[in-house]
Design a protein around this ligand. Structure first.
Ligand code: SF4
Length: 569
């Protein structure tokens, strides 16, 4: 019998941490600007990553900064389905101005990220986020992350039910450790716990156990006509099936996940596969059963292959399903033959279904900032204090203002326009459907630029497609600074993944529907050559597309070799 594989170092850190405490409290109290290696791993579960300004490393070294780095923290709020109030957004804007780097980021998972928080301000930051009734707990780490959901605030039963499931999943799958309360929600002066409805801290994790999950775990809920939550990219995607205006159940998709290590052949991006159909009342329990199977059988020795997608690949879907049935306690129905056929980005003005309106605003790469004449941050402050609408963050890094009356429409537009913020219908189709991860200068894993480069690239792509008369085409362009794929580049029409300094892997053939992986068209493409590489492909598309074929469908139909033959002459 072979020896069990040695557990990864992170497993030992979790095991020894007493439910995610470690010595974070002691480290918070010392005057170092950073945490220990073990502390950094545990802090992720509390919603924060240690970072440093990579643009200023030389300066930091020369100045004798401890560790030769200017350390700071990214603090991520988990916001199920992206639902928050104007007041909550205002608090995050205050935090970014008072103790952050003056910008706020809407993430690709409908959360919010503050950057540049110094260690000395970390406690204040997380406490204030909780006081606004948001949380950073489990926004990162080896737990169920922020639960995504189709965010459109349509007032109809199907959307209501789908969004309720996302809320319920977020609640039922949240870690229970009292460490979060103790560390962040204690008022330093009075020792009083400040979490609303917190109750007594408990040190039991009925779902996770003391070692949590082998790796991050992602869930999303959506509809066949609105796959904005990118269900095929999730560990579990809950695809609602409705009849006569109500949800009759969910197809449960399992095993999606995009992070990979190109040099490691055991790793690859994967899209989810349909596992079963469940009635609405069984949704949460089946998700729990799936998560428990990953908890107990996922790889805890090698974090590179620890996501649930690898367990399913190694076992096969049938064996995986049998184990889920065992944990769930009964057999599971076969999935219904319902394909995904739409992706609604919820942009522009829409009637909600109750006589009121919502407005979806494109926020380029999710970055909320004031820069020159573009004053989105100030505009949002004004909207949130005057109109004060409920808000939703979208999976494409946009922002939805909900519940607006007809009379509010010109007011909202005026505020945006007077602050130099382009309205959604003034933005090109290509830009509207693009997104990027933050990458440099703060992400420690970034190999290339992403958020700082994509706007320039989109200028070039806009000019190229306009010249070809293709300016109205809908195609997704997603860029990341490393193969981790935080902005989901592996199922987009055009994917750009940082591979080496200034060079990208160019992927083609995905779709806004998100149901298939794209393929590597060319590797190591210099940033300056991306558009010249793409242009012949768009020319072929224009000449040879059939009917209303989309760009991604065209590339997928022709495939890499044919495209290269036709375009690389
Ligand atoms: Fe950082 Fe890579 Fe994620 Fe971008 S994709 S944010 S570079 S880890």
């Amino acid at each position: 019998m072979s020896e069990p594989a040695k557990l990864s170092a992170v497993e030992a850190i979790k095991t020894d941490s007493n439910f995610l405490r470690g010595d974070i409290a002691e480290q918070l109290a010392n005057d170092q600007p950073n945490f220990s290696k073990d502390g950094i791993q545990l802090l992720k579960h509390h919603g924060t990553y240690e970072q440093d300004d990579r643009d200023r490393r030389k300066e930091a070294k020369a100045s004798g900064a401890p560790g030769g780095r200017y350390y700071s923290y990214m603090v991520r709020s988990a916001i199920p389905g992206g639902k928050l109030t104007s007041k909550q957004l205002l608090e995050q804007l205050d935090l970014c101005d008072e103790i952050g780097n003056t910008t706020l980021r809407i993430t690709t998972r409908q959360g919010l990220q503050l950057h540049g928080i110094l260690k000395e301000n970390l406690h204040q930051c997380i406490r204030r986020i909780n006081e606004s009734q948001l949380t950073t707990l489990a926004a990162c780490g080896d737990v169920s992350r922020n639960v995504m959901c189709s965010p459109s605030p349509y007032r109809n039963r199907v959307y209501d039910e789908v969004q309720q499931l996302a809320d319920e999943l977020a609640k039922k799958l949240a870690p229970q450790t009292g460490a979060y309360h103790e560390l962040w929600l204690t008022n330093n002066e009075t020792g009083e716990k400040t979490l609303e409805g917190g109750g007594a801290p408990q040190d039991v994790e009925p779902l996770y156990g003391p070692t949590y999950l082998p790796r991050k775990f992602k869930l999303g809920v959506g509809l066949p006509g609105d796959n904005s939550a990118d269900l095929y990219s999730q560990d579990i995607g809950m695809l609602a099936i409705s009849e006569n205006g109500q949800v009759v159940g969910y197809n449960v998709l399992v095993g999606g996940g995009f992070g990979n290590t190109p040099s490691n052949k055991k790793t690859s991006p994967m899209v989810g596969q349909p596992l079963c159909f469940v009635p609405p009342q069984a949704g949460v329990d089946v998700c729990k059963a799936v998560m428990k199977v990953q908890r107990d059988f996922g790889n805890r020795a090698d974090r590179k292959v620890a996501r649930m997608k690898y367990l399913i690949r190694d076992w096969g879907l049938d064996r995986f399903k049998q184990k889920v049935e065992e944990y769930y306690g009964e057999g599971l129905e076969t999935p219904r033959p319902v394909p995904v056929d739409g992706h609604d980005d919820a942009m522009g003005w829409r009637e909600q279904g109750d006589g009121r309106w919502f407005y979806g605003l494109n926020v380029e790469n999710g970055r909320v900032k004031d820069e020159g004449d573009f004053k989105l941050k100030t505009a949002l402050r004004e909207i949130c204090t005057t109109l004060a609408p409920p808000l939703r963050l979208t999976p494409h890094q946009g922002l939805i203002f909900c519940d607006l009356d007809e009379a509010d429409k010109p007011k909202l537009e005026l505020i945006l326009k007077s602050h130099g913020v382009p309205l959604t219908d003034e933005i090109s189709s290509a830009r509207r459907w693009s997104m990027a991860c933050p990458a440099l200068p703060l992400c420690g894993l970034a190999i290339t630029e992403s958020e700082r480069f994509l706007p320039t690239l989109m200028d070039q792509i806009d000019a190229m497609v306009a010249e070809l008369g293709l300016g109205d085409e809908v195609f997704t362009t997603r860029m990341t600074g490393c193969p981790n794929g935080c902005a989901r580049p592996y199922n987009s029409d055009i994917g750009l993944v940082g591979k080496a300094k200034g060079k990208y892997t160019l992927l083609l053939g995905g779709s806004p529907l998100g149901h298939r992986l794209n393929f590597i068209y060319k590797d190591m493409v210099p940033a300056d050559d991306v558009v010249t590489t793409l242009k012949p492909v768009f020319e072929q598309f224009k000449a040879e597309r059939t009917g209303g074929e989309s760009f991604g469908d065209f590339c997928a139909r022709l495939g890499k070799d044919t495209l290269l033959e036709k375009c690389d002459g």
